[in-house]
Structure formats: structure tokens, C-alpha cells
Design a protein around this ligand. Sequence first.
Ligand SMILES: [Fe+2]
Length: 176
Amino acid sequence: MRSMIYKPFESRCLTDELPNVSEILRPLLQRTPPEQQPLLIAFAERLAAERYRGWADGAADEARKSQLLACAAREDEIARRIESLYPEAAATERELLDKPPELEEINRSVFADRPLAQQFAIQAAGERLGAATWRAFAAAAQSDHARQAFLTCAELEEESAVALETLLAADCQIEG
Ligand SMILES: [Fe+2]
């Protein structure tokens, strides 16, 4: 039986240094008023959902495809839950994106020209970061309803992180 122990950043198929998503996004978040930061992240979740669907389109088999589509659905679900906390979510998101248009550029450039394994590892780190961020928002939430929404989002992020790490582990074993 093959070992399933997986160490994401010590893996032989992930030898290059990966971009630090937290550091890249920090200036963008810092320029956004705290109460609007969840909406900025919600927009990033929508972009991530599209990325997952792109990966699903290119998936080698149906099992992999359905896992990636499930990740996409979770990203959309997170965005929907966060947006539901804001009556004017769509207008505010548009306003936010007028100010930091870099979000779409960052979203594109961080993943561009990288092997799929690296893209998965970056995204998995992004999901872990997202989970930690939603937990921080939950701790500061003004209502039980908002707190619960943030905590649910954290769990959804972690499910996607595990899904990606599992796919990555399988790929790295094949390559390794
Ligand atoms: Fe996410």
C-alpha cells in the first residue's frame, strides 16, 4: 500500500518557491475599509470559482472534474453568503473594484505560466488563508448571523483546500 502522507511544500513536484498570497493581497486589503473587506474577498472568491471551472474543463477524468466543480460551487457559495450580509453588495463590489483594479490582474498574474501543481498549491494556500480570514471576521462580527456566515465560509474554504491538496498529493505521487 502506498503511503498517503503528504507534505505540501516539501513535495518533490513543488520545488519552486511559490508566491505568498497573503503578502500579495495585504496592500489591497489595507486600502479597503474594514467593513467592506469581506466583499472584496467575496469578489475574489467569484474569480476563484471561474478558475476552478477552467481547471475542471481541462481535467483528465470525471472524478477530478467533479471535485474541481465542487470547489467552484463552494467558492460561489462563500461569495453568496457574504454578499447576502450586504444589502448593496453588487454596487459596493463595483465601487471597490474601481479603486483596486489590481485584483483581477493579481488574480491572473499569480497563476500565469505556472505548472498546474503549483497553481493548485497556490490556490490551496489561498483557501487556507481565506479560512483564517473568515475566522478573524467571525471573531469581530457584529451579529450572530454574520458570525455564523463567516464560520461557515471558513469551513467551505477548508474543504476546498483539502480537495486540492488531495489532488496534488495524487499527482505528486505519480510524478515522484
Ligand atoms: Fe476560496
